[in-house]
Write a protein that binds this ligand. Structure first.
Ligand code: 6GU
Length: 254
């Protein structure tokens, strides 16, 4: 997977891409991250990539020219609008609070592509022509406002990378994660068996594989019901799951 990130603040990406799973995935050749400075494609003495909005109002708006030209340079196409019309571009994703909200399903969908372009806006937003004639998708990472799309782009790179084969270093790594199963994850324990008087549940220490799996499933169901009851409405539940949930007082559609 190749990520091309377009930003006015390339330096923001250094720390996050140089640690943990994203770093390992880069070192292993599972992903490539290329961060491009939109200002390199801005003209004039001041290399201005943003400007005041027509019609007034506060803040600054990303100018279309530098953004279009940066994407054209990196894709190697003379006219990205035309290439987009012909379906000859990878996803060109604007990071904006107005986009569709990122969730695990969206991350899984993005992980299927060999290449993603992520365009970070700063200030009050993008000139509308960037949305209409350049972007193929718009994504938000939640209902709150960030100062720019950079942190959102990092979130996408992380969420997508950990879904790629080999990225987690163990087989079937992401399959049991919270949200991947449609449920929140069960409580986890590691050594020591007793910490400051708080013991790991005995069944986890002594149980056979099958009873541990059943206990974990029930704990995942219980935790999801208590914290995110909305998720139970779309989670794939077996008859045994439903019987267990009903014994707790859960009713479908509530
Ligand atoms: Cl993608 N950008 C900004 N500026 N704020 C956000 C966001 C994106 N997602 C949630 N809030």
């Amino acid at each position: 997977m190749r990520f091309d990130i377009f930003t006015l603040f390339p330096e923001m990406f250094r720390g996050p891409f140089d640690a943990s799973i994203v770093k390992r995935a880069r070192d292993a050749g599972i992903i490539e991250t290329h961060v491009h400075d939109i200002r390199d494609y801005a003209w004039g003495k001041h290399r201005q990539a943003d400007d005041y909005p027509y019609g007034g109002g506060g803040g600054m708006v990303m100018k279309p020219g530098p953004v279009f030209r940066s994407v054209e340079a990196i894709l190697g196409v003379p006219d990205v609008e035309e290439a987009r019309t012909r379906g000859e571009v990878p996803p060109i994703i604007l990071l904006t609070p107005q986009g569709r909200t990122l969730n695990q399903k969206v991350a899984e969908e993005l992980a299927k592509h060999p290449r993603l372009l992520l365009i970070c806006g700063r200030y009050e937003g993008f000139d509308e022509r960037i949305r209409r004639y350049l972007a193929t998708d718009e994504i938000s990472i939640g209902d709150y406002v960030l100062s720019g799309g950079e942190l959102a782009a990092m979130v996408i790179v992380d969420a997508v990378t950990r879904l790629l084969p080999g990225a987690l270093g163990y087989e079937h790594g992401a399959e049991e994660d919270s949200h991947a199963t449609g449920l929140l994850e069960y409580p986890q324990y590691t050594r020591p068996p007793s910490f400051r008087g708080h013991r790991v549940p005995g069944a986890i220490l002594t149980g056979d594989h099958e009873s541990v799996e059943r206990l974990r499933r029930r704990q995942a169901l219980l935790r999801t019901w208590l914290r995110r009851p909305d998720m139970l409405e779309s989670a794939p539940l077996t008859e045994e799951d439903k019987t267990f949930l009903r014994s707790l007082g859960w009713k479908p559609g509530k």
